[in-house]
Design a protein around this ligand. Sequence first.
Ligand code: DGP
Length: 208
Amino acid sequence: MSSQRGMIIVLEGLDRVGKTTQAQKLVQSLRNQGKNTELIRFPDRSTMTGNLINQYLSGQTKLNDHVIHLLFTANRWEKFDQMIEMIKAGTTLVIDRYSYSGVAYTSAKGLDFDWCCSPEKGLIKPDCVLFLTTDINESCKREDFGQEIYDRKEFQKSVHQAYEKLIDKTYWNIIDTTNKTIDDVHDEILKAIHVRSTNISKNISYLW
Ligand code: DGP
């Protein structure tokens, strides 16, 4: 067991904003700094709930909005025990989407905000959320946009508004990626994490 717990870093943002690229680069940089680091992506499409989520997102299966919300949440709960073990062992977790996606995407459909938050209660609270933003007109033009059911410009605008309700500056950093290179954004992320890492509590906290 490591004497210091691992840091929990979440990347959030609209579709095609560059989260996955940045999450992968971040993992590499932290590993290069000698930190034991693992990348986790939600939804994890490899599990049973993930398989259903994948069918829903690709339009093969229709599901009630409450049901799909709970499936996304269950997909996160499935990883809970493993995440606790990794953090306690000193492994830093870089997480590509988390509960904030859950609340933002479902409440953007018009479901009650507090109802959306409630099944997330008790999940691990990250030390830092990096909220990547960009000009929606640009992200909607990017490769692969339009392939899944949430890839609609008007819906993405509603999701952005819902994210704004979740911003908590005590642990969120807003990273505007507009007109910035991948490396510029990466540097900004590293700086933000460096600042946050000086202020990590010994104990794990939980949502909400
Ligand atoms: P990604 O694999 O990161 O491209 O995510 C797939 C899509 O699923 C994307 O449009 C965002 C959406 N999404 C991710 N997490 C959740 C969630 O917990 N709830 C809902 N409703 N949508 C989510």
